[in-house]
Ligand binder design. Structure first.
Ligand SMILES: *Cc1c(COP(=O)(O)O)cnc(C)c1O
Length: 376
């Protein structure tokens, strides 16, 4: 709902050079899903994440779909998936006829708990169902405990796909997230830390996976002089126009990460002294991009009432992601854990986090939150 003066949760902010790339694409008539901005943008992603290969696609969801397919996930398979995430993380598992098995988070990063992951694997192996893949999400830009998760995955020889849709620019132990698993996925949707309006990418160190990703994303056309197809493919390539926006956006990625971290730090400094309010700290190995600033309200406060009151002030907020094991869509799926994400969901709030937010706007959000929590 738009009203003038509205403070949004997360809106795009152009860096300035996007229109040069887009204009060139239009002038040269590369208004299609091929053209120089695509390899250009992929090269930029590789440079930024220090990875060998990037394949830019039409969305983060499409990227997860292709990546899971490349891991061999198919009908009847089980995929171990973070429960505390957006539905877009798990929908691609359904596209392939497989089932997500949901794994609860731990409290230090709010991401997949390595110990719960292990017990879920043990349980599934006892049932004679070896999981086909592990899909680990870096929620709100906070890296999951990758060392521990990779160790469990290697012990049981299960491939890892990182859903880093919200976490471009985040690092774990100094390395960019998305580079730990067999593949990583980014999203460049309109609300993400940088955007191509719609877009996504798969990154990987394996040339054969990158090559096959392009193949599947472009209708799986066999190398033959006539149209020939031996496998089912998709129409998932990014457009050259969107890739042009991406080239401009990635120039300001580091600045955006700094701005998002500054916004988070501002909220934390202003609000953390309120009795019962909590902010998620960065564990030692983690460098979060703080894509969305999140907070936990004091016990007894209702996020819904706070959100409605902020809405009256023309301030947009959002609940935390509703855990997927609580979604009607996944009512029949397995779940392992202690229900931490349900408790977080019941106390949590996502605060306005756009990099374009002005100081007065941040002050306004804080002022109203303090009033609502009755500390002024
Ligand atoms: C945004 C998002 C996606 C999907 O990306 P799209 O580009 O919107 O398809 C997947 N996973 C998570 C965690 C996301 O936040």
């Amino acid at each position: 709902m738009y009203r003038p003066g509205r403070i949004f949760l997360s809106v795009p902010q152009m860096g300035g050079h996007e229109k040069n790339y887009v204009q060139k694409a239009i002038e040269d008539n590369w208004v299609t899903t091929s053209g120089p901005n695509i390899p250009g943008f992929e090269h930029d992603i590789c440079q930024h994440t220090n990875v060998r290969h990037a394949v830019a696609l039409s969305s983060g969801t499409a990227s997860l779909h292709v990546a899971l397919r490349l891991l061999g996930v198919g009908p009847g398979d089980e995929v171990l998936c973070s429960t505390f995430t957006a539905v877009a993380s798990a929908n691609p598992i359904l596209y392939l006829g497989a089932s997500p098995v949901f794994i609860e988070s731990e409290s230090e990063t709010w991401n997949m708990c390595p110990a719960t992951l292990r017990s879920a694997i043990e349980d599934r192996l006892k049932q004679g169902k070896k999981p086909a893949a592990i899909l680990v999400v870096h929620l709100y830009g906070m890296p999951a405990k990758l060392n521990e998760i990779m160790a469990v995955a290697e012990e049981y020889n299960i491939p890892v796909l990182e859903d880093a849709a919200e976490a471009l620019g985040a690092r774990y132990g100094g390395h960019q997230v998305g580079t730990f698993g067999r593949m990583g996925v980014f999203s460049f949707g309109g609300s993400k830390i940088i955007t191509t309006s719609a877009g996504g990418a798969i990154i990987t160190s394996k040339p054969d996976l990158a090559e096959k990703a392009v193949f599947l994303a472009t209708q799986a056309k066999d190398p033959a002089p006539h149209e020939q197809h031996s496998e089912m493919g998709y129409n998932y390539r990014i457009s050259n126009i969107n890739a042009g926006i991406g080239r401009g956006q990635i120039e300001v990625l580091e600045l955006r990460v700094k701005q998002h971290r500054d916004i988070f730090n501002y909220y934390r400094n202003q609000l953390q002294s309120i009795e019962g309010v909590e902010f998620l700290a960065e564990p030692k190995a983690c460098f979060s991009n703080r894509w969305l600033s999140t907070m936990l309200l004091p016990e007894g406060q209702k996020p819904k009432a706070i959100r409605q009151a902020l809405e009256e002030e023309n301030i947009e907020t959002r609940p935390l992601w509703r855990p997927l094991h609580k979604q009607p869509l996944f009512a029949n799926n397995l779940y392992f854990g202690d229900r931490l994400s349900e408790r977080l969901f019941n106390r949590g709030l996502c605060l306005p986090s756009s990099s374009s937010l002005q100081e007065e706007e941040l002050e306004k959000v804080v002022k109203h939150l303090k009033k609502l929590l009755e500390v002024v």
